[in-house]
Design a protein around this ligand. Structure first.
Ligand code: NAD
Length: 448
């Protein structure tokens, strides 16, 4: 289907990519957000976050006349045939997904529908049953005389930092709906894009998203548990991963030891699925272990630095990476931010650097930021690499060593070669990088 009229509610990391991507596919799209400043900026193609190719895509959309931004629901909803919900669903303290934004957006939609019955598609990651909740809220608000809007769930699998690429190159498009015709109508919005179409009911589509993220998180926590074993047993986890990743049943993606996963999705989605289990009386020991391993990877980074430096009090520690992963400015649930906080709490002085200069970081972290990776290491006792930006592997280690006062190098993402670092005199500490066979001195044979 070409040229549908679409409203996208929420113009954040997901909604903006969706809106600009759908406009590029030929649809007429209006993105609605309650954040006025964001909307004013977006009308001038000012994108407040780091996402490769997104500014250009927004500029193209604005230039084509098919992409519009507003903070007024009544400028978008009455005309729309399809309404995507892409508002944030942050975690509550207990781990449940907070549905306030979904509820508010649903009420605002109901208030402006004006007799029409578009398909409303939930793209926000939200608990199993949310589609039904939205339906109930709408029906209650609209009363019996209004035609009933149809609900669909179309979970989003994009990777932050590669979101534009992922929008145009999906591996699958999952649509859950009350009937196949509605599911197909939603899938047709993506006509021309590749990827397998999977049609399900509402609950199954919602479950697929949680299971996908929880499985990715499980792989990381398992890699980290293996890394701990490797540290104890004198084995290099990187070689272990290399040795298993070629097995197509296993694969190498998302199987990386380090300081753990973060971001706005994985931690909250594991927590939300676990919370659902709790409230339905279903034990989820795997999910609990995933969370526990992930949390202790962060504290083990602090322990390793403390051990290598003797104490953290008064030590100067350069930190490369503040965002939750390379390629984004996003610091939500960033392991780096938490580790920096813990190091500061033990009296360390932090000299940070991040290629994205993340505005969202806490003030004391932003105040510790330096202009370049080399500025940050000047006079430092230790360097800790906490985010996997490609740039960090290209900084000349000889220069780093010359500028630093000490020689401790904690590679929390295993992005450097241990041998290179040791050749330059660093005391290299990675994650799960016990000595390899080549490093082990031959042991004397016992003589009878
Ligand atoms: P975000 O915080 O970047 O953007 C959400 C936007 O929604 C904000 O701009 C906010 O102002 C707006 N908003 C909130 N309430 C609103 C309302 N009532 N009306 C209009 N606008 C409103 O969040 P995000 O990262 O884009 O995530 C959105 C959803 O997509 C979440 O449920 C998330 O779990 C899911 N998701 C995110 C990613 C990701 O990589 N970020 C990937 C897949 C799925």
């Amino acid at each position: 289907m070409m040229g549908a009229r679409i409203a996208v509610i929420g113009a954040g990391h997901v909604g903006l990519v969706m809106a600009a991507g759908l406009a590029e596919l030929g649809h007429d799209v209006t993105a609605v957000d309650v954040n006025d400043a964001l909307i004013v900026g977006l009308r001038k193609a000012r994108v407040p976050f780091h996402e490769a190719g997104l500014v250009k895509l927004v500029e193209q959309g604005l230039g084509s006349g098919r992409l519009h931004f507003t903070s007024a629901y009544d400028e978008a909803i009455p005309e729309a045939d399809f309404i995507f919900l892409a508002v944030d669903t942050p975690p509550t303290l207990a781990g449940a997904a907070d549905l306030r934004n979904i509820r508010n957006a649903t009420r605002s939609i109901a208030g402006t529908l004006n007799g029409k019955a578009p398909i409303i598609i939930n793209k926000s990651t939200s608990p199993i049953g949310t589609g039904e909740t939205i339906e109930t809220l709408l029906w209650r608000a609209l009363g019996d005389h209004h035609p009933r809007p149809r609900l669909a769930s179309n979970p989003e699998f994009l990777r932050q930092g590669r979101a534009v690429h992922d929008f145009f190159n999906p591996d699958r498009i999952v649509v859950g709906a009350r009937n196949e015709a509605d599911a197909r109508a939603v899938a047709d919005l993506y006509a021309g894009l590749g990827g397998t179409r999977i049609f399900t009911d509402l609950r199954t589509a919602e479950m697929i998203k949680y299971v996908a993220n929880s499985f990715l998180a499980t792989r990381i926590s398992f890699a980290n548990e293996v890394a701990r074993l490797c540290e104890g047993l004198g084995v290099d986890v990187e070689q272990v991963i290399e040795g298993i990743a070629l097995d197509p049943r296993i694969g190498g993606h998302f199987f990386q030891a380090g300081v753990g996963f973060g971001g706005s999705c994985l931690p909250k989605d594991v927590a939300a699925l676990r919370y659902l289990g709790q409230t339905y009386g279903i034990a989820t020991p795997v999910l609990s272990a995933v969370q526990e391993v992930n949390q202790t990877q962060r504290t083990s980074a602090v322990r390793k630095l403390r051990e290598a430096l003797g104490t953290l009090e008064g030590r100067s520690i350069a930190v490369w990476g503040v965002t939750f992963k390379g390629g984004t400015e996003d610091v939500r649930e960033s392991p780096a931010v938490e580790i920096i906080g813990l190091l500061m709490n033990e009296g360390a002085e932090i000299r940070a650097y991040d290629p994205a200069f993340p505005d969202g970081a806490p003030l004391r972290v932003r105040e510790a930021l330096h202009e370049t990776a080399l500025d940050a290491v000047r006079g430092a006792d230790a360097l800790a690499i906490l985010t996997d930006w490609d740039e960090f592997a290209t900084v000349p280690l000889a220069e780093v060593s010359r500028l630093m006062r000490g020689n401790v190098l904690f590679d929390g993402r295993n992005i450097l070669s241990r041998e290179d670092a040791e050749e330059r005199g660093f005391n290299y500490v990675g994650v799960g990088r016990g000595r390899t066979v080549a490093d082990l001195r031959p042991r004397p044979l016992a003589v009878a």
